[in-house]
Design a binder for this molecule. Structure first.
Ligand code: AMP
Length: 128
């Protein structure tokens, strides 16, 4: 059965899309730690990031690099944190999180509640 992230990449489940190419898809995390919190996934369905073949893994990092630059420009954060958990969704993904201090990447913190309009505006600004 396809993972929820495969369904998002295929457009079967809606997402706030940031970027896409033949191999990768990026979209806003629906429970963000910060405005601009983005997930980068391979379209290939692999659970554990380090089970990806070397070429795909390297390509995913380069794809994430371009998006991180856009997130940084939009949010004006000190840097964009790159975090890999994978505790919830069994489809490899990288979290890109605007960060100014360590507490900004504390996943036990309460997540932001954003409206659909706010998500859409953030996605539009990062993806342009
Ligand atoms: P983890 O697998 O522990 O890295 O966490 C999965 C992340 O995916 C969480 O931050 C969720 O908020 C996020 N997530 C789960 N379902 C969706 C969805 N349909 N759209 C956007 N983000 C999602």
């Amino acid at each position: 059965m396809a993972t929820v992230f495969s369904k998002i990449a295929a457009g079967e489940i809606p997402s706030y899309k940031i970027a896409e190419d033949e191999r990768f898809y990026a979209f806003l995390d629906i429970n963000p730690l910060a405005k601009g919190h983005t997930l980068v996934i391979p379209k290939q369905e692999v659970d554990y990031l380090y089970d990806l073949d070397d070429d795909t893994l390297a390509g995913m990092i380069l794809f994430a690099k371009g998006i991180a630059a856009k997130i940084k420009a939009y949010t004006d954060c000190n840097r964009v944190a790159t975090v890999v958990l994978g505790l919830e969704v069994p489809h490899a993904h990288i979290h890109l999180i605007p960060m100014n201090s360590e507490k900004d990447v504390d996943f036990s913190r309460e997540k932001l509640k954003l409206t659909p309009d706010e998500f859409a505006e953030i996605a539009l600004n990062i993806s342009k």
